[in-house]
Design a protein around this ligand. Structure first.
Ligand SMILES: *[C@@H]1O[C@H](CO)[C@@H](O)[C@H](O)[C@H]1NC(C)=O
Ligand SMILES: *[C@@H]1O[C@H](CO)[C@@H](O)[C@H](O)[C@H]1NC(C)=O
Ligand SMILES: *[C@@H]1O[C@H](CO)[C@@H](O)[C@H](O)[C@H]1NC(C)=O
Ligand SMILES: *[C@@H]1O[C@H](CO)[C@@H](O)[C@H](O)[C@H]1NC(C)=O
Length: 310
C-alpha cells in the first residue's frame, strides 16, 4: 500500500537502495574472502618455530588395543605388506590408476569416497575405510556402495569424539553403527577408543609443537588414516595427495581442483586448505601442517606419493 501511494518514483528509489545494498554486501564479501586467503598465505599455521620435533616410532606407538568392535568379539588384526591409500582429492581423476590400485594387497579409503562410477581412476576394492563421525549418515544412506559389497570383507574404523561414538556413550551414532555391524556381518566395524583418541592428540602435539585443542584445530580423517596405514602397512603408496607447499605459491592460470573427486561443483582444494590453515576462530583442519608431518614420515617409513609424484 505504502509503495503504491508513493508512486513510481518512490518504487524506483526503493529498488535503487536495495540494489546499492546488494553491491555493498557483495564487495564486503569479496574483500572478506580475499582477506581470509591472504591471511592464510602470509600467516600459515605451521609447525611452531624453534620446536624440536620429538619423533615417534609409529610402528610401536599404539598396539592393536586402540580399536574396539561395535559387535561381537572381532579384533583389528589387519596387516598388509603393500597398501594403496586412495585420497578423496580430485587429483585422482583422469589417472586411470584403478587397475594398479585394485592389484595392491590392501586398499584404504576415507569417509564416503565412492568407487561406483569412478572405478577407472580409483579402483573398486576396499580393504579398510576410515570414517569420521560426521560422515556416518552419508555412508549409511547408500549401503550397496559402501557396506554390501559381495566380494570383500572390509574393515571399517570410525573415529570421533568418544561421547558420540564410544562404547560407553551408547549414543544414537553408536547404536546406528552397531546396527550396521550386526546387519552386514561381513564388515568388521571398530571405533577408536577414548584412550587412543588422546594418543592421536598427543602425537599431533609432539609432531607439530602445537596443542590441538588450544590451537583450535581438528585432526582430519587424513591424519587418522595415515597413522593407521603406517601401523598396518609396510609400504604405502598414496594416490592424489598434493605436497605441503602445493597451495602456497599461487600460479596464475593454474587449474581449479575440487577438494573431493566426487563433488565436482564442491569447494576448491587449495581454497579449503588455505582457509582452514589460516583459521584462528573456531575449529579448523590443519591440512597443510599435517602434510608437512606426512612428508617427514615418508622419509622414516616407506611412503610414496603418486598423482602428483613427490
Ligand atoms: C570370541 O572369538 C573366539 C574366536 O576368536 C570364539 O571362539 C568365541 O566363541 C567368541 N566369543 C564370543 C562371545 O563370541
Ligand atoms: C572391479 O573391477 C574389475 C576390473 O577392474 C572387475 O573385473 C571386477 O569385476 C570389479 N569388481 C566389482 C565388485 O565391481
Ligand atoms: C561375505 O563373505 C563371504 C566370503 O568372504 C562371501 O562369500 C559372501 O558372499 C559375503 N557376503 C556378503 C553379503 O557380502
Ligand atoms: C617401498 O614401497 C614401494 C611400493 O609402495 C615398493 O615398490 C618399494 O619396493 C618399497 N621399498 C622398500 C625399500 O621396501
Amino acid at each position: 500500500m505504502g509503495l503504491k501511494l508513493s508512486g513510481n518514483k518512490g518504487q524506483q528509489s526503493h529498488r535503487l537502495v536495495i540494489f546499492a545494498a546488494i553491491i555493498v554486501l557483495m564487495t564486503l564479501l569479496i574483500l572478506y574472502g580475499s582477506n581470509n586467503v591472504n591471511d592464510a598465505v602470509y600467516a600459515p599455521f605451521h609447525v611452531a618455530t624453534n620446536y624440536a620435533i620429538k619423533a615417534t616410532d609409529l610402528k610401536k606407538w599404539s598396539g592393536k588395543d586402540g580399536y574396539v568392535p561395535f559387535h561381537g568379539n572381532k579384533t583389528m588384526n589387519l596387516q598388509c605388506h603393500n597398501c594403496a591409500l586412495v585420497t578423496s582429492s580430485s587429483h585422482v581423476l583422469g589417472t586411470r590408476a584403478g587397475k594398479e590400485i585394485d592389484s595392491t594387497e590392501c586398499v584404504i579409503r576415507m569417509n564416503d569416497a565412492p568407487t561406483l562410477g569412478y572405478e577407472t581412476d580409483v579402483g573398486n576394492k576396499t580393504s579398510l575405510r576410515v570414517i569420521a563421525h560426521s560422515s556416518v549418515f552419508r555412508v549409511v544412506r547408500r549401503p550397496n556402495e559402501y557396506l554390501q559389497r559381495p566380494d570383500s570383507n572390509p574393515v571399517i574404523i570410525f573415529w570421533g569424539p568418544p561421547n558420540k561414538i564410544g562404547k560407553e556413550a551408547k549414543g544414537t551414532l553408536y547404536r546406528l553403527i552397531q546396527r550396521i555391524s550386526m546387519t552386514y556381518s561381513n564388515l568388521s566395524c571398530f571405533s577408536i577408543t577414548a584412550n587412543k583418541m588422546r594418543k592421536f592428540d598427543s602425537l599431533f602435539h609432539r609432531e607439530t609443537g602445537r596443542d590441538r585443542q588450544k590451537s583450535h584445530s581438528w585432526l582430519s580423517t587424513g591424519w587418522f588414516t595415515m597413522v593407521i596405514a603406517i601401523e598396518i602397512c609396510d609400504n604405502i603408496k598414496v594416490y592424489g595427495m598434493v605436497p605441503p607447499n602445493h597451495c602456497g605459491k599461487s600460479k596464475p592460470g593454474s587449474k581449479k581442483m575440487p577438494y573431493h573427486y566426487y563433488k565436482p561443483r564442491g569447494p576448491e582444494e587449495c581454497v579449503t586448505y588455505l582457509q582452514n590453515e589460516g583459521g584462528r576462530r573456531g575449529n579448523h583442519h590443519r591440512f597443510i601442517t599435517e602434510k608437512q608431518v606426512f612428508s617427514r614420515w615418508a622419509k622414516q617409513y616407506n611412503i610414496t606419493f603418486t598423482h602428483p609424484n613427490w
